[in-house]
Design a protein around this ligand. Structure first.
Ligand SMILES: Cc1cc2nc3c(=O)[nH]c(=O)nc-3n(C[C@H](O)[C@H](O)[C@H](O)COP(=O)(O)O)c2cc1C
Length: 205
């Protein structure tokens, strides 16, 4: 599918075919394509919890204001951002060190810069986690479309509840959830609502 069509045809799909699972291979292909999303210093401060079993779906359903699509969709992803993804413990730093021919000075400089830019206040930490994982979210929705898989992003959820209920770490934040599955075409989506265009939202300075 060409890029224009991907954007035009992606919808937040409310109705999922309950008889169709998403197989592991397709899920992995979608995610492995989506992780080509950009991230600050390529730090990829994110992880994904795949909610698939009936028990986990029920748990998430209660934290998602009982939005039916969570139980109808074969899978819902919880996108988790790491507010401390710039830290030394991120394995990306080791990969970066290798890719610059073990130039410690260069990597230490990058670590220091990242620590300052993203870790010097709670606000920066949160922005870091949410902006990067937000790009991953969009990337997943676009990649899914390429595989004929429909998605629905949700932030009308109990973030704190999910944080506790799915045992996230203190340094992590729930960014959003994304239902995934195959569109049940027997049910009609609302027509797509209009968007505000460049002339409405952009200021040239
Ligand atoms: C961050 C985010 C959170 C959203 N949360 C919800 C939600 O909790 N429930 C819901 O029904 N739709 C939710 N939506 C879907 C939007 O309503 C939808 O994207 C918008 O109306 C545009 O429709 P379209 O995606 O089909 O073009 C969310 C979308 C985004 C991007």
């Amino acid at each position: 599918m060409d890029t224009k069509s991907l954007f035009k045809e992606r919808r937040s799909v409310n109705f999922f075919d309950k008889s169709r699972e998403i197989n592991d291979k397709i899920l992995q292909e979608i995610v492995n394509l989506a992780v080509l999303a950009p991230s600050a210093f390529n730090l990829q401060p994110w992880r994904i919890i795949v909610v698939r079993t009936d028990e986990s779906k029920k748990r998430l359903f209660d934290f998602a204001n009982k939005q039916e699509k969570v139980v109808e969709a074969p899978i819902t992803l919880i996108l988790v951002g790491n507010k401390e993804g710039y830290a030394d413990t991120n394995p990306v730093w080791a990969e970066m060190l290798q890719s610059v021919g073990n130039n410690h000075e260069m990597v230490d400089g990058a670590k220091q810069a990242a620590g300052f830019l993203y870790g010097s206040s709670e606000e920066r930490k949160l922005k870091f986690a949410e902006s990067n994982a937000g790009l991953l979210a969009m990337s997943i929705m676009i990649a899914a479309k390429e595989f004929g898989v429909a998605t629905h992003p949700m932030s009308g959820i109990d973030f704190e509840g999910i944080h506790k209920g799915f045992n996230l770490q203190e340094s992590e934040t729930v960014v959003m959830t994304i239902c995934m599955g195959y569109y049940d075409k027997s049910r009609q989506l609302y027509p797509r609502r209009p968007r505000r265009l460049f002339k409405d939202i952009a200021t040239v300075v």
